[in-house]
Design a protein around this ligand. Structure first.
Ligand SMILES: Cc1cc2nc3c(=O)[nH]c(=O)nc-3n(C[C@H](O)[C@H](O)[C@H](O)COP(=O)(O)O)c2cc1C
Length: 279
């Protein structure tokens, strides 16, 4: 596939594995990037361990990958220095305003993408100089906004506000979701839950099995301090399983490569069905 996003990021397929704190570590990131998508390193609290993960990714793949950086971090400056020193080429900022850091990345020639959850943020973020926007609907796993706007409403709203590429996130589980996002004007998709349940994810076996068992009605949004997080209702040792509604479409634990290949190889039959209805 070829579009502005694949060209900008240097990837084969416009599929991004969303950064997941302590879950998308080097093994998963490299597996996704090696399969033609874009792997994203999730946050690790410990700076040396986090830096080691960046080094490991570089050992495991020569394909593009990204680093996720939360804007709430106290040690943002040190993390940015490490990102630049390690020669990282793509950063995904989230959870806060990225305006204060965009120029550091731009000066270092780093591509930036930022995660937003409503259209009010879109134009401001484009004006701040980010290269692409990830529009994340409230059905997604992880932190969600308190007004929980669905991907189906959010993506076209954001696409209409900006001219940079928009990536849709939240609730994408197969080629049908992928195509729906392209139909809404997105140029790529970001998925978290599907990759959280993959072989290479650092989630525990119990978490992965919890996702497989869950159906689309089994997640709730829980208050967590000042934030809201989507989790599976029932607690599974060791605590709440952070995951999206799309867990209802996850049937097995499989390799990231298989997730990506199945999505890409089932686009054609879905398109055929659509075309048959349109003519
Ligand atoms: C377990 C888990 C942890 C996550 N942690 C983060 C995070 O640290 N930073 C971030 O920007 N997004 C985080 N997310 C959101 C994902 O990057 C992604 O945008 C989201 O999962 C997409 O929706 P989906 O779960 O419906 O596929 C997390 C998601 C999950 C499921």
């Amino acid at each position: 596939m070829k579009n502005r996003l694949t060209e900008m990021l240097g990837i084969k397929y416009p599929i991004i594995q969303g950064g997941m704190i302590e879950i998308s570590l080097s093994k998963l990131v490299a597996a996704v990037s090696n399969a033609g998508g874009l792997g994203t390193l999730g946050f690790r609290g410990d700076q040396p361990l986090w830096r080691d993960e960046i080094k490991k990714i570089k050992d495991l793949t020569d394909k593009p990958f990204a680093i996720n950086l939360g804007m709430y971090l106290n040690d943002l400056k040190e993390r940015i220095d490490i990102i630049i020193k390690e020669g990282v080429k793509i950063v995904v900022t989230s959870a806060g305003n990225p305006s204060k850091v965009i120029n550091f990345f731009k000066d270092a020639g780093i591509i930036t993408m930022h995660v937003i959850s409503n259209s009010n943020q879109a134009k401001k973020i484009e004006d701040a100089g980010v290269d692409a926007i990830i529009a994340e609907g409230g059905e997604s796993g992880g932190i969600v906004s308190n007004n929980i706007i669905s991907t189906l409403v959010l993506v076209p709203k954001v696409v209409d506000c900006v001219s940079i590429p928009v990536i849709a996130a939240g609730g994408i589980g197969d080629a049908r979701g992928f195509i729906a996002c392209l139909a809404m004007g997105a140029e790529g998709v970001q998925m978290g839950t599907l990759f959280e349940a993959s072989v290479e994810s650092s989630a525990s076996q119990e978490w992965k099995e919890g996702i497989i068992k869950a159906n689309e009605m089994d997640t709730i949004v829980k208050e967590n301090g000042p934030m809201y997080v989507r989790v599976i209702k029932e607690e599974i040792y060791p605590g709440s399983v952070i995951t999206g509604q799309v867990a209802g479409l996850v049937a097995r634990i499989e390799k990231s490569e298989d997730i990506i290949n199945r999505m890409m190889s089932t686009i054609e039959p879905v398109m055929k069905k659509i075309n048959n209805q349109l003519c």
